[in-house]
Ligand binder design. Structure first.
Ligand code: TMP
Length: 212
């Protein structure tokens, strides 16, 4: 029996990690085996790869980032996702292949067809059954993310224009992926309280027949 693979995406500050945990708890409370995981750090190797992004010596180039995320993804598939799906579990992954399309493709402007090809190679063409995209205007997402990471009050005027443009491209990238394959992607309005957003998530999953 093949389980169910749900991947969860969104820009910084969209609350996706909180909603992953909630969804995992909700499904677990209904007696399902749930494997809650994430990229790039869903395996020890992936965690080590995430650590490489923080090394001194300058940020990795977009293409270097791509290869690092792909390496983490292949290991994640082999060690965590495929075995769990093989047991019939529900896998909820906080980011997966669409993150590379949105961030390195739409955000950093690398060629989308090549990224798709690399994703297919790294994952043996394993796609998620459903991809939830928690959507929020980039200004709001960055405000939320920064107020979480710093005690200082957040002044939207201080955002670097470059950051805003990058996150706008990422957001628009996710929305355009969703428009191109509406059966697999579910866009969820991530504004409002966590409770409201979670209710919206359950509603849309029920309407799609993913949960009952
Ligand atoms: P987060 O999921 O905790 O927000 O952090 C993951 C960061 O890594 C986030 O900035 C998005 C980025 N990322 C990519 O740029 N490409 C990828 O393929 C993945 C998995 C993550």
């Amino acid at each position: 029996m093949r389980g169910l693979f749900i991947s969860v995406e969104g820009v910084e500050g969209s609350g996706k990690s909180t909603h992953c945990r909630r969804l995992g708890q909700w499904l677990g409370a209904r007696g399902l085996e749930v494997v809650l995981t994430s990229e790039p750090d869903g395996t020890p190797l992936g965690s080590a790869i995430r650590g490489l992004f923080e090394k001194d010596g300058g940020p990795p180039t977009p293409l270097t980032q791509t290869f690092l995320f792909m390496a983490a993804r292949q290991q994640h598939i082999a060690q965590v996702i495929r075995p769990a799906l093989g047991r019939g579990a529900v896998v909820v992954s906080d980011r997966y292949a669409d993150a590379t399309l949105a961030y390195q493709g739409f955000g950093r402007l690398l060629d989308l067809d090549r990224l798709r090809w690399l994703n297919d190679w790294a994952t043996d063409s394993l796609r998620s059954d459903v991809t939830l995209i928690f959507d929020l205007p980039e200004e709001l997402g960055l405000t939320r993310a920064r107020s979480r990471n710093s005690a200082a009050p957040v002044d939207e005027g201080r955002f670097e224009l470059e950051d805003l443009r990058f996150f706008r491209r990422v957001r628009e990238g996710y929305l355009s992926l969703a428009a191109s394959e509406p059966d697999r992607y579910v866009v969820i309005d991530a504004s409002g309280t966590p409770e409201e957003v979670f209710e919206r998530t359950l509603d849309v999953l029920r309407k799609r027949g993913v949960i009952s």
